[in-house]
Design a binder for this molecule. Structure first.
Ligand SMILES: Cc1cc2nc3c(=O)[nH]c(=O)nc-3n(C[C@H](O)[C@H](O)[C@H](O)COP(=O)(O)OP(=O)(O)OC[C@H]3O[C@@H](n4cnc5c(N)ncnc54)[C@H](O)[C@@H]3O)c2cc1C
Length: 460
């Protein structure tokens, strides 16, 4: 990232630019802007096992919140079922869904293909019920034919597979390093090198495992946040005039659980909309001025960690906070653990305010981490508060103490906002879907049902 944005400038209610610094030499820059679009990606670095890069520290989510924008759906964090689990240095790195799409079989330490035992009621009858049916589906699909049988249960939605692996590990049937086995070796070396070359390379280089000969060890990894800045679906503008958001930092498109592949189409479609509307918004505006007091105050906040006389290493706080989120606000959540997490986050906030990364602005990754900690505390607080409030299980949010969906919650949004420096929550009704969209969905559903009925009738 060329410039790291740390603060959004405002004139009255309106966003008018930002203050940023360069990571290499710690130079500060202020930008005047008629519109600002946040496209900063996700927050999954707040969990210790995650697939996101070091940049996934929730900067955009925090910048928006601090500037007065609302966040929604923050409880909905997707744990992808298959991340690497071993060795520790690569824990969380993604193992593509393509492995299961190509026929990858998930087994536990007893050799059972356990996914047959985890088909939720809402998907009953949709997936293969025997290993033979699963194998036939794979054979048909990989040879380019239309499937005449049902897909393997390994291809259930991400939340279902992630929770199944979690349950197997908890029941003492996990793989040696706390995951499950994912085996594609039956497809043979030639097919694997042709269809999954990067996975073959990744495991060989990072784990010393040849996936054409032996199974991988995989486990859930924090992968995507469905929640984010609340935007107008047509324009991508937030409730703060001039502030737009698109991509993973925005919310509302994927509901409680994103389907694989849909992020990239989201980026293209809604990124274009954000750009067009931000440009339109800017058309008749004069270039805003940059108010020096706002810039100086932002710089002061950024320099604060460097000016302390001693303090804790920010890296320690970073690691401990991520471990805490993994343990207490992970795949399966309870009121007790999340209440503890809220108290822990208050303590982490105090610790980050007193940490000391050394005094240099140049090449000082500890300083970047010290600054990131503030976003991470606030974003983790937003996710935990929303998760604690939603007393049901839905999509990427699973409560052990409230299993199952509750219809009334399906019509409610958790809105996170900041007031007097405090992160707060309120509920609002879900907006009704536009009629033409609702009709389009019904049409597609009918088409799918008709096609399924035709195939079932075909009997081969
Ligand atoms: C390993 C992996 C595989 C995936 N595979 C798929 C897939 O196959 N299909 C699919 O649909 N989705 C996939 N996803 C999800 C998808 O890639 C992401 O949701 C998507 O890339 C997010 O795009 P974005 O533009 O919102 O953010 P990003 O692509 O993350 O870009 C954010 C940018 O903002 C910059 N940035 C962040 N903070 C700041 C700041 N403070 N100042 C300045 N710049 C900042 C970052 O440097 C980065 O360049 C995958 C995700 C991961 C992690």
């Amino acid at each position: 990232m060329e410039y790291t944005v740390r603060h959004l400038l405002k004139e009255g209610d309106r966003v008018t630019g930002c203050v940023a610094y360069t990571r290499v030499d710690g130079d500060f820059h202020a930008f005047s802007a008629k519109s600002v679009i946040l496209a900063t990606g996700g927050i999954t670095r707040c969990w210790s096992v995650c697939s996101g890069s070091w940049e996934y520290t929730g900067d955009g989510h925090a910048l928006a919140l601090w500037a007065g924008a609302e966040l929604r759906d923050m409880e909905f964090v997707q744990f992808h079922p298959t991340g690497m689990v071993w060795p520790p240095s690569v824990r969380g790195i993604l193992v593509t869904e393509g492995v299961r799409g190509e026929g990858g079989r998930l087994t536990n330490s007893e050799g059972d293909r356990f996914m047959f035992n985890y088909v939720p009621e809402m998907f009953a009858g949709d997936h293969a019920e025997t290993i033979e049916e699963s194998d036939q589906w794979v054979e048909e699909v990989v040879s380019g034919k239309l499937a005449t049988v049902r897909r393997p249960p390994e291809l259930l939605t991400r939340d279902v597979v992630a929770k199944a692996i979690n349950s197997e590990v908890k029941a003492g049937r996990g793989s040696p390093h706390g995951g499950a086995f994912l085996d594609i070796s039956h497809r043979g070396e030639e097919a694997i090198l042709k269809k999954l070359p990067s996975m073959h390379h990744q495991f060989k280089e990072l784990a010393g495992v040849d996936i054409s000969k032996e199974p991988m060890e995989v486990g859930p990894t924090a992968h995507y946040v469905m929640g984010g800045v609340r935007v107008n679906a047509e324009t991508q503008e937030s409730n703060v005039p001039g502030l737009f958001a698109c991509g993973e930092v925005a919310s509302g498109l994927h509901g409680a659980n994103r389907l694989g592949g849909n992020s990239l189409s989201d980026l293209i479609t809604f990124g274009k909309r954000a750009g067009e509307h931000a440009a339109k918004r800017a058309e008749d505006l004069a270039q805003p001025g940059i108010e020096d007091t706002q810039v100086q105050s932002a710089i002061e906040i950024m320099l604060a960690p460097l000016n302390r006389e001693g303090g804790e290493n920010p890296g320690l706080i970073y690691d401990e906070m991520r471990d805490m989120m993994q343990a207490k606000v992970g795949i399966i959540r309870t009121k007790e653990e999340m209440t503890e997490a809220m108290a822990d986050l208050l303590a982490f906030n105090k610790r980050q305010e007193a940490c000391f990364p050394g005094s240099s602005r140049k090449y000082n990754s500890g300083w970047h981490q010290a600054l990131d900690l503030k976003n991470m505390v606030d974003v983790s607080t937003a996710a935990t508060l929303a998760a604690l409030t939603r007393e049901e299980s839905r999509g990427g949010h699973t409560r052990d103490d409230f299993p199952g969906e509750i219809e009334a919650w399906g019509k409610i949004l958790n809105i996170i906002y900041m007031e007097d420096g405090e992160i707060k929550i309120r509920q609002e009704d879900v907006e009704p879907m536009r009629e033409d969209l609702s009709e389009a969905i019904t049409e597609v559903k009918t088409m799918i049902a008709e096609r399924a009925a035709e195939q079932a009738g075909g009997g081969n």
